[in-house]
Design a protein around this ligand. Structure first.
Ligand SMILES: C[S@@+](CC[C@H](N)C(=O)[O-])C[C@H]1O[C@@H](n2cnc3c(N)ncnc32)[C@H](O)[C@@H]1O
Length: 240
């Protein structure tokens, strides 16, 4: 494992995240597993080390801009794909209790291998579709924090994610900085689902031109039983 880690260390410093040598090693093993598996299944379009560091690892970790990740809390990463943002967050902040959920079982099987190989504790990889899993009492309104990156527009995503969040908890969506129109269209749905936008935090990634934002939605009231609607509806006919 011979990688130039300057870019990674500098980005971590900018985010004020300190990692031990073992944690850095876990990131490198994860990178290698990702690249190896990517040869036989579609996990990531980005494969070059520095680019994975910037667009997957540091982007996932930039959540520190808006959330306190040093306390133990129940976190759901909905539509985790190859494990973003959940796996980088779990490596860097081991006290988080993370559920990684995706509707594609092949990705969940890969993530279980990653969990086993890195000996990560208090993390589960669950094969499930948001519209169905959010009706299961083991998951509905059970999470302090729900995260999602690159899964759907904010309206569809709120219907996927807010039902999982406890009243008093938060749903945070990773978005590009071009979010204003999407947010405007999603506001009514967010309210219907029991949420309220409390912050839209725009920023650029360390040493990068990439403009990103976090949409922070507080769960103020229980989500009505009618939501999420049946599978496919939140994306076919988003609430607005
Ligand atoms: C573009 S990928 C993004 C993956 C990862 N979050 C990232 O940022 O790299 C979207 C993922 O969301 C999953 N997904 C889409 N709709 C879903 C749903 N209704 N419930 C659960 N997972 C879903 C897909 O299977 C896919 O793995």
């Amino acid at each position: 494992m011979n990688y130039n880690l300057n870019r990674f260390y500098h980005g971590l410093q900018e985010l004020d995240i300190n990692l031990s040598e073992d944690q850095i090693k876990q990131f490198l093993i994860y990178y290698e597993m990702l690249i190896e598996k990517n040869k036989v299944m579609n996990l990531t379009a980005i494969t070059e080390f520095d680019e994975v560091v910037e667009k997957h690892f540091l982007d996932s970790l930039s959540l520190v801009e808006v959330a306190d990740l040093h306390k133990s809390q129940k976190v759901l990463d909905l539509g985790t794909g190859a494990g973003f943002p959940g796996i980088p967050l779990k490596i860097a902040f081991p006290e988080l209790e993370i559920t990684l959920m995706d509707s594609l079982n092949k990705r969940i099987l890969f993530l279980q291998d990653v969990i086993d190989e890195l000996s990560l504790e208090n993390v589960e990889a669950v094969h499930g579709r948001a519209e169905e899993a959010a009706r299961n009492k083991n998951y509905r309104e059970q999470f302090d924090l729900c995260l999602s990156r690159a899964v759907a527009n904010i309206s569809t995503l709120s219907e996927y994610c807010l039902p999982f969040v406890k009243v008093g908890g938060v749903f945070i969506s990773y978005k590009s900085s071009n979010i204003d129109k999407e947010l405007d269209q999603g506001k009514k749905g967010i309210y219907l689902l029991g949420g309220k936008v409390s912050d839209v935090h725009k920023f650029s990634l360390p040493d990068s031109d990439l403009q990103r934002s976090f949409v922070v939605i507080q769960k103020e009231k229980k989500t009505p039983k009618a939501y999420p609607r049946k599978a496919g509806m939140p994306s076919k006919d988003p609430l607005h």
